[in-house]
Design a protein around this ligand. Sequence first.
Ligand SMILES: *[C@@H]1O[C@H](CO)[C@@H](O)[C@H](O)[C@H]1NC(C)=O
Ligand SMILES: *[C@@H]1O[C@H](CO)[C@@H](O)[C@H](O)[C@H]1NC(C)=O
Length: 237
Amino acid sequence: MKFTALSLVFFIFSIVPFTIQAAKDINGVSENGFYILYDNQYRPFITFCDFNSDKGFIWTLIESFSLNNSMKAKYRKGFFQDFPTVSSFIDLQEFRLENSVMKSIAGAPGSTHFRTTCNFNTNDRKGIQNHLDYLRVSFCNFPNFFKNVNKNTCTKVDYINVQGQSCRDCSIPIHDGGNEHHMLANIDRSPDDCDRLKFGGAKGYAFGDYRLLDSKFSCSMASNSTTNWWIGGADMS
Ligand SMILES: *[C@@H]1O[C@H](CO)[C@@H](O)[C@H](O)[C@H]1NC(C)=O
Ligand SMILES: *[C@@H]1O[C@H](CO)[C@@H](O)[C@H](O)[C@H]1NC(C)=O
């Protein structure tokens, strides 16, 4: 899906790096849409911000890719790697911020969590529905987000939902990706590892590094299905 008509908000008097929380506090914005924000080097970047799909949370999009594009080498890398897209519009089929910008967002006051959604905004322009096929994790529980450790780590997640099967505050293997995979929830290993959770008949990797179409998982059910990665935290205003 391509968004060609960008709704942009410009901040002329930027004193501090503008997180989306700061933009809300100072400029009163609270509509989902495209925003120009500033990283901690005062460099502007455009991304999509979501204020309303998760009650109490504000999210900044750091990456989005289609099942088709997930097969490309640059989407088979952990977040420690730098593979930004260069484009004047944001295409949710293929979008990734610079690594330094992602780190700036993660290091900003109030950034406490990352999450993954599927096909954000495609159906009803309201974001997500029912938290189906969704993952939310606190950075405290997964310190390898920007690291290259290249292994599964038992990680306590806030919430995971795969094919309608969900749990809260449970531990599942999350792989940081390393050099050959995207970061992912290792659903293949979860019945034997950590809290030993089965997710229905789901197999393989969820939220990254797909190998096949999977008609039951909404991030990978069609070649244009998208996986969306976000950094955010509680709405403190
Ligand atoms: C996905 O890739 C296949 C095989 O390369 C191609 O035939 C198809 O048109 C692509 N679909 C999209 C939506 O890009
Ligand atoms: C994929 O393409 C179909 C058919 O064109 C469309 O209905 C659907 O909304 C698209 N999905 C995404 C995630 O863009």
